[in-house]
Structure formats: C-alpha cells, structure tokens
Design a protein around this ligand. Structure first.
Ligand code: MD6
Ligand code: FE
Length: 213
C-alpha cells in the first residue's frame, strides 16, 4: 500500500500480477474481444473520436457517443448483444483487494496503441461512489497522471507497468486522473505492443441486507 502524498485512498500495487497471471488474463481478454469487439468511443456533443478503443465485460458497460453521452449500458453499441462475462481472475482480485460487499458490475477495457492517451477525468457515472475503482494494466508502460478533486489541483505522474494494479478509493475516488502517453516497446506481453487497461467498477448501490426487495 502506497499513499500518494495527501491523496488518501490511492493504492498502487506494482507487479500484483506475475507474468503467468498476466498471460492468463491477456488470453481471457483476447477470447472475449471476438464477441465484444473494440470500438471507437465518441465524445458527447462534439462526436469527436477518443484515441483509445474500448469495450466492456460484465452486466454493465461504460459507453459514450455524440447524442447520448456518458452512461452505462447492458449491451454492446455495435452488436446489440450483452457484454461478455468478467474474467474470474478479475472478480477474485476485486474480492481480495476492495473488501466491498458486492461484486463489480462493469469492466471497462481501454486499448491504447500508437499515440493514444486519455485526458484528465473523474470516474463519475456510477451511483456507488463508496466503492473503489480497481485498475489492472497489461502490456506497455503508461505514464499515469493524478491530481486532486479539482481539475486545477497540482498533479503528479507515475508509471503503470504490466501487472500493476491500482485502486482509487475514499477521497481519491473523486480525484482527476488520466494517461499522458504509452511508452512503446516496454513490454512483450501483447504481440503487437500497446497497452490494455481494465477498470472494474460497481455502478449501482447494492441493496442493504434486510431491505425488502
Ligand atoms: C488507464 N485509468 O489506466 C485509465 N480510472 O488507462 C483510469 O482511468 C482509472 O486507472 C479509475 C481508477 C483507476 C484508473
Ligand atoms: Fe478513470
């Protein structure tokens, strides 16, 4: 566990997944991309394409397009089919690291190649704000940037390498963060290079025990 300055709730677990675990997870992701192909997400209103390609696993998936903006949907926007199930390893990692009483509902898959990056943002489309977001990195190293709860807060950069797991929980759950760039040639995990980031989120507030359905 590594506190980030005063950013309580941020945890970086370098090398949490060893090489065999990374290979198994890569293969589980790969196998699911046939049913849920990577697509180019578009920004709300402008319709400008993002530089990463995306897909999702699990009962809900995070999507964005010109007309309807950021939201969670139960089906792939191109195929109309439900998202594939979440790899078991990811559910185990969630249980082992979050201590959250309910399983994650969405696994967003971000695929970076070439000059792909992701601007500073807060993951804010989930009703379950009390649940952390858990991220797993595979492939080439990324330069990750994280600041505070205001976009104008000072930021710091750190590297996310293949097999690293990071958690944004507590106050850090609302911190601005993004990916400046990917460092090509830093991993042999993905045959064509690039980087895959998997972020697990709880979206809906779990029913509390004893609440009538
Ligand atoms: C990425 N990660 O690593 C983008 N969000 O490609 C995120 O946006 C992220 O790493 C929430 C929690 C952890 C993250
Ligand atoms: Fe994020």
């Amino acid at each position: 566990m590594k506190p980030l300055g005063d950013l309580e709730g941020f945890r970086l677990l370098p090398g949490r997944l060893d090489r065999p675990a990374q290979e198994a997870l890569r293969d589980d992701v790969w196998a699911r991309l046939k049913a849920a192909p990577l697509y180019i997400p578009r920004m709300p209103k402008s319709g400008a394409p993002m530089s990463v390609r995306m897909t999702n696993f699990g009962p809900l998936g995070w999507v964005t397009d010109k007309d309807h903006g950021y939201r969670y949907e139960p089906a792939h926007p191109d195929t109309g089919r439900p998202w594939p199930d979440m790899p078991a390893q990811l559910l185990e990692l969630w249980d082992a690291l979050t201590g959250y009483a309910a399983p994650p509902e969405a696994c967003l898959v971000n695929y970076y190649e070439g000059g792909a990056k992701m601007g500073l943002h807060v993951d804010a489309d989930e009703a379950a704000w009390d649940a952390p977001v858990l991220s797993v990195s595979l492939g080439d190293t990324a330069l990750f940037r994280i600041g505070g709860v205001l976009r104008s807060d000072p930021t710091r950069g750190l590297r996310l390498a293949s097999g690293d797991v990071c958690l944004l929980g507590g106050p850090a759950r609302r911190a601005f963060h993004g990916i400046d760039r990917i460092l090509p040639g830093t991993s042999t995990l993905l045959p064509k290079g690039g980087r895959i980031n998997l972020t697990l989120r709880r979206v809906t507030v779990p029913a509390s025990p004893g609440t009538p359905a």
